[in-house]
Unconditional design. Structure first.
Length: 143
């Protein structure tokens, strides 16, 4: 009950800020209100639009092997954010008894994350310094 109250307030305040942003746009003022909850929802997609949207494919391991450690780290968090957004959207639609559009996106994100961990593990195994290799493996396992 506590969680529903907290999330209800958060979602209500998100809707309230969207309404105030729409009112500001209608009045002609161009004040952009950033809502951090928008990261967990697809705001570009119109629910009444029936045209199919084509999404990209999952990352291949051969492509990930070409990327730097920092790029892979950044990509991991982009994929994690995408996975969280998809899970949030699926849960909300399930609660409203609506169909989750494009369910094939979830396995694509999971495959990419799994392949990314595999590439990082390959790099950790190939590391000549055993101390650094063990540290890299610990970090990868914590992901």
């Amino acid at each position: 009950m506590f969680l529903s109250r907290v999330f209800g307030r958060a979602l209500f305040s998100a809707a309230k800020s969207e309404a105030s942003a729409a009112a500001a746009a209608a009045n002609g003022s161009v004040k952009t209100v950033y809502n951090p909850l928008e990261q967990f929802f697809e705001v570009d997609r119109n629910a009444e639009d029936d045209t199919p949207v084509v999404y990209g494919r999952s990352w291949k391991a051969s492509e990930l092997r070409l990327k730097s450690w920092d790029d892979l780290h950044k990509l991991w968090y982009v994929l994690l954010k995408e996975k969280n957004m998809l899970m949030t959207q699926r849960q909300m639609l399930h609660a409203q008894n609506l169909r989750f559009p494009n369910p094939e996106r979830v396995p694509k994100v999971r495959k990419s994350m799994c392949r990314l961990k595999h590439v990082l593990t390959e790099r950790a195994i190939a590391e000549p310094d055993p101390r650094r290799s063990a540290e890299m493996k610990r970090m990868i396992n914590a992901m």
